[in-house]
Design a protein around this ligand. Sequence first.
Ligand code: AHR
Length: 639
Amino acid sequence: NVRANGGNVTGKFDKFGYGFLHEDINNSGDGGIYAELIQNRAFQYSPSYPVSTAHYSPINGASLGIEFVSPPLSSALPASLRVSATNTTGQVGFQNEGYWGIDVRVQKYTGSFWTKGAYKGEFTAWLKSNLTTDVFGRVQVQSKSVADAWTEHKFELTPSVAAPSSNNTFAVTFDPAGTSNGTLDFNLISLFPPTYKGRANGLRIDIAEALEEMNPTYLRFPGGNMLEGLRLGAEWDWKDSIGPLRERPGFEGVWGYQQTHGLGLIEYLEWAEDMGLHFAVGLYAGLALNGNYTTEAELQPYIQDALNEIEFIIGPVTSTWGARRAELGHPEPFELNYVELGNEDWLAGFPGGWESYKAYRFPLMYEAVSKAYPDIQIIASSASSDPNPETAATDGLDFPADVLGDYHPYREPDQLVDEFDRFDNDFGHIVGEVAAVHVNGGIEWLGLLNPYPWWIGAVGESVSLIGYERNSDRIPMVLYAPVLKNINRFQWSITLIQFAADPALTTRAVTWYVWSLFAHHPITHTLPTTSTSDYGPLYWGAGRDDDRGGALVWKGAVFNTTNSSSVPVTVNFQGVRRGTKAKLTVLTNPGGDPFAYNDPFTGVNIVKTTETELVAGPRGGFKFSLPELSVAVLDTDVA
Ligand code: AHR
């Protein structure tokens, strides 16, 4: 690679690419990309979120309560739902409201539930309206239920008609006359629509496809803050997230809700595999969000656990954890290129957590992981500018030469424009989380956040993205965060994609269009550029893609909110002759409002995409002009 501006090459990574950090925030996992439709399916709980029958309601006067029966369904799922008939006639049962509704259409739903209690008869599983008496589909399920043990009931349900809205419920009923005392216990009540690539326990199709269509290269998981947990001992423990669902206890979410652990390590790996993504796994490094951290004497089991996690992902089937992976249906090792040690250890728990990271948590983990897996690129959970740019030289991490930093700029649009040269003279980093989250000149985190990404923010991001891309020899990946938001749960304003139960509301934010444009014109090499003008209001970078026959790519953005005139541009690629064709794609917001955004409730996309075929003139130059607040790509690969 030709470096744009110098720096140390770390060299273990491959092609520069875009992608996302995914953690379960804004119900982006449960009730989001994880396709499970039943909310509170297994009555999971934790110190922050007490066990409850929330999201269930009785049918025909049944009484619903939580019981800790003996034996439990599993040690991971000790609580269950007791359904007792109070009326002596008619079917009784429960209904679940899903995650703010359930999308019902004519397609095959795959469900299951476990019961305990003697019952001779049939269950009925229903998909029905929450507003009217309409039933869209139902299926009879023969009981296998017995008094002293838990039994699983599986079924498939294909509604005969689609529901007019997503205000629907899933219900299970039974005839109390067939039971010994009108009471049955239920647990792990699950219903899935068809999933992305047909995976069992898989992903919601429309959301996964919206991500895939962005043409991403990288996925970082499971956090973010979620990796760290609220306190010591409450971290996202990967071992709790693998295996049959009845063995997953659930996770005490750090974003205000109990989580199921349904989107577990294996599901993340299969997500990456199915979308063709490289991934960076966050390994827990002994720091909790409340600032407590593991002492040096206590750290070794965590280091071993991190090594075991890597072995689970890439170990041969002859290894302990590789064998476990094979047992779970994936004998082939996954391809693991990146691991990150912790998450933002410079931030949470400062200064004790940070001091311990520098003193022993990072060095000991780094030593163990790099020794066992020298081919894996290790990422430290801080940037060269952390804990803050003024004191980083003395207070920052002493990065080993082969380690990448991780930089997380959540900024105002103007600040992201200032980021343009952030990496011109620095060593390698990933940009593990980035987004425009505040308006210019606002009061940052103390102010109201915009509900959805807005156009000037997206253009501000594009300038920083060009800045990262022109240092692609040291910046392998740039990841948007947070990525997904269920519009019924607001923890964080900006996200690439918003959704609700009804897929008609699934909306690509303005930022999605910018990131998608850049991701669809990848480069293998950054190229040096010269110009007769300085940067601003036009910012640009150039590259070559050897995977597309040496296609030449120029990316640019105009960010100048004080001057509304267009910027004339001539791009000359060295070696390109007169008559060569190139495709110019320009994104604009014709409405002109810098704060316009794509609102799920209007469905209007404010981003206009214009594609033009240009022909190189004298000296191989491509001439065009770009309006204020526009983002553009010129690519000689016109196929
Ligand atoms: O993306 C939201 C949060 O921002 C992440 O969990 C954390 O890493 C960062 O501070």
